[in-house]
Design a protein around this ligand. Structure first.
Ligand SMILES: [Zn+2]
Ligand SMILES: [Zn+2]
Length: 714
């Protein structure tokens, strides 16, 4: 008889070991297939880890502390994950300290997740011809029912079927992909680009950091590298951080390489995702363009991975398993013996530090091709505020006016949606906060509602003060809605469009907004950071960045890096071949190095400054960090859990243990965080796993979230 080890999602406990089940009969079952099992009377879907032949079941049973039960059903006909991906899942589980089952789930499209047994919706009916003579008549042994019926009458079809000459089958509908057609580049590379390309190709490093200014022609280098790989018949993966960037990338690659492209991002429906996944799995797409989860596509023969805007936080998954796409890409490239290109104008400090230590190959592109660098101005908002210019400073206002007169476009970046972030009582000063989170409610004028940006709680703005009953409110701060209003007041003729999480809630709306702006149907685009990334608009000659030093107030060791990135990325959107671009950066703390160096676009100086700060605080890349979060509804239980973990880790002198600190309440959950630091990541992981495996908390009471190499500590 066979004994099967199965990973399941334990309903209550935090466990990471497989459970064993019996398998009768001769059915095919292998690692990476899904099965239905019974767990304490609960039907669950599990993922097979291994199958072994056992002669003496009774002896085997004695080694377990639970009763062996039979597998109830085998769901798949073949493994969903091949050996490479299965091993990758186990590696990711160890590296991110998360259950293996959560990793397998993250690697598969929803329709195939180990916790689900439902089939994707789109199916189609096929006619399979069993009779040899009939096969010759139809020249094929199978056809889609609708195609078959075009060649055959209903009467004949029914007759054949009754006679057993053919039968019909329900199959999952497959997505269509087109042909790979490689055409030559429409122009020659510049000398700098050519040298970069040569250096990448001759490098003996598998990972290349391509540090290039915005507009320095990184994408063309990706395409030329891709061309060689595609000509060899291998596959290419292009990763971008945001959905809004996929369509631009797809357009460029499609025009050069034809339609053999699969697309994968969170904006697709479950069925669409499944179809794209199948395209790659059956090697019917040569190129994949996608966001984070595309890194798990089932490639047969991968020849190149590009991670564009590699510094972007969207590459880090913010729920279990908290993996970084860059780590997964590098791991997969090792398996496939191919190169990974990390591209950015503002590389992550960790990446740049590795590049200058020659762990990665460093390639620099320091010349813009089609445009000059924009002229940047830093505006002191303390002075402007004293002169009554609270929102748009005088120099920026004048510059906008000039650009509009010349029929050029303007981008205004403010990383805060809504109308105003704070509502304060006019008589007693009470601030309205979310009943579920320790966060102030933002006023949204469009809907006349108060909204919590943390949990989405929404309530009428027509309220009286809970403390004194007054109905007089004062609004503080500015959000994108208010900026649109103010811009409209100053430039009544300008056509203004807003892009933020509120205006892009509908599917495809972000693409519609960007395309309309590109067609110059609008003069001014006002938006949050989603407009700062990698987008390319030829008529934009002015960019304004509002509240640029706002992120510096966050209690996060990476806040300066994020501030710097945002300003440089936003500045890159300005300027074109024949008209010099301009950038205005409005800030209060204008002497901060993160702001000053961003305005001068001086990455190297910023890197050196920031590395000193990281060194003095023993922050990454000088140390490795793991954050442990304890979350739940019972504050006492959490406090106990967090403090006992802290005591445990403090005993270890090789680790530096910080906290626990109590964080703001979120979605009715109390939260405590503990941070571990060490120069030895392997040791830290080992210690953490030992501790983790011993935890017996009910995860509905104490949820423990582990974040290895956290990007954001908010
Ligand atoms: Zn009041
Ligand atoms: Zn809330």
């Amino acid at each position: 008889m066979r004994v099967v080890s199965v990973y399941i999602e334990h309903p209550v406990m935090l466990l990471n070991s497989p459970f064993h089940y019996l398998l009768q009969g001769e059915d095919y079952l292998a690692r990476g297939m899904r099965v239905k099992v019974d767990f304490n009377g609960r039907p669950l879907v599990g993922f097979v880890d291994g199958v072994e032949e056992v002669e003496d079941i009774d002896a085997y049973q004695k080694t377990l502390d639970y009763q062996l039960k039979e597998i109830q059903e085998i769901i798949d006909k073949e493994p969903l994950l091949n050996d490479e991906l299965y091993e990758l899942g186990l590696w990711m589980s160890y590296q991110t300290v998360s259950p293996a089952i959560s990793c397998f789930q993250a690697m598969l499209p929803a329709a195939l997740k180990p916790s689900s047994s439902h089939k994707p919706a789109a199916r189609e009916r096929w006619v399979v011809i069993d009779d040899e003579e009939l096969k010759r008549e139809f020249e094929t042994k199978e056809a889609l029912l609708k195609d078959f019926m075009q060649k055959c009458s209903v009467y004949r079809y029914t007759k054949y079927r009754k006679a057993g000459l053919l039968h019909t089958e329900d199959r999952q509908k497959q997505a269509e992909s087109g042909q790979l057609r490689i055409s030559q580049a429409p122009y020659e590379l510049t000398e700098k680009q050519q040298k970069a390309l040569d250096d990448i190709e001759t490098s003996d490093r598998n990972v290349v950091l391509l540090h290039g200014l915005t507009g320095s022609g990184k994408t063309e280098i990706y395409m030329q590298l891709a061309q060689k790989v595609l000509e060899e018949g291998r596959q290419v993966l292009i990763l971008v951080p945001e959905i809004s960037l996929t369509s631009m990338m797809i357009e460029r690659f499609r025009s050069r390489f034809g339609d053999s492209i699969a697309v994968y991002h969170s904006g697709l429906s479950n069925t669409e995702k499944y179809q794209q996944h199948q395209l790659v799995r059956h090697n019917r797409a040569s190129l994949v363009v996608g966001t984070r989860s595309a890194v798990f596509m089932p490639f047969a023969d991968l020849g190149l991975i590009v991670l564009d805007e590699e510094h972007d936080n969207s590459y880090k998954q913010d729920s279990t398993p908290r993996y970084h796409t860059r780590d997964i890409a590098i791991k997969r490239a090792e398996y496939h013996h191919c190169k990974v290109i990390l591209g950015s104008a503002t590389p992550a400090l960790e990446s740049y530090a590795r590049a200058i230590r020659n762990v990665y190959q460093l390639i620099t592109l320091d010349e813009r091709i089609f445009q000059k660098l924009p002229v940047s101005h830093l505006v002191d908002m303390n002075r402007e505020t004293r002169q009554g210019n609270f929102i748009i400073s005088k120099p920026l206002a004048e510059a906008i006016g000039k650009r509009l007169e010349n029929n050029q476009q303007v981008i205004l970046l403010l990383n805060r949606r809504g109308y105003t972030p704070i509502m304060k009582c006019g008589s007693c000063g009470e601030v309205l906060t979310c009943p579920h989170c320790d966060v102030t409610l933002s006023y949204h004028k469009d809907e006349d509602k108060l909204v919590c940006h943390c949990c989405g709680y929404t309530t009428s703005a027509d309220v009286s003060c809970p403390k004194c009953g007054s109905r007089k409110w004062r609004n503080y701060g500015i959000g994108t809605q208010r900026l649109v209003e103010e811009t409209g007041r100053l430039y009544p003729k300008a056509r203004i469009v807003r892009m933020d999480a509120d205006s892009t809630a509908k599917k495809d709306s972000h693409r519609d907004i960007l395309e309309a702006f590109r067609r110059h149907e609008y003069d001014i685009l006002v938006g949050t950071q989603m407009i700062a990334k990698g987008l390319d608009f030829p008529d934009v000659t002015l960019v304004g960045v509002f509240n640029a030093d706002g992120p510096l107030n966050r209690m996060d060791y990476r806040s300066v890096e994020m501030t710097f990135d945002l300003i440089v990325q936003a500045s890159g959107r300005s300027g074109r071949k024949d008209v010099e671009g301009e950038v205005y950066v409005q800030a209060y703390d204008i002497s901060h190095y993160g702001i000053r160096l961003a305005v001068r676009q001086n990455y190297i100086a910023f890197f050196n400054n920031e590395m000193q700060y990281r060194h003095s605080g023993f922050y990454p890349p000088y140390s490795y960090m793991i954050a442990l979060m304890f979350a739940g509804k019972d504050p006492q239980l959490l406090e106990d859990a967090a403090f006992s973990a802290a005591e445990h880790f403090r005993l270890d002198e090789k680790l530096r243990t910080l906290g626990p600190s109590k964080l703001l309440k979120r979605k009715d959950e109390y939260r405590y965080r503990l941070v571990l630091k060490s120069t030895d990541k392997a040791y830290m992981l080992q210690q953490l796993w030992q501790w983790y495996d011993a935890q017996k908390y009910n995860r509905h009471q104490v949820a423990i979230q582990v974040d290895v190499d956290p990007c954001i500590l908010d």
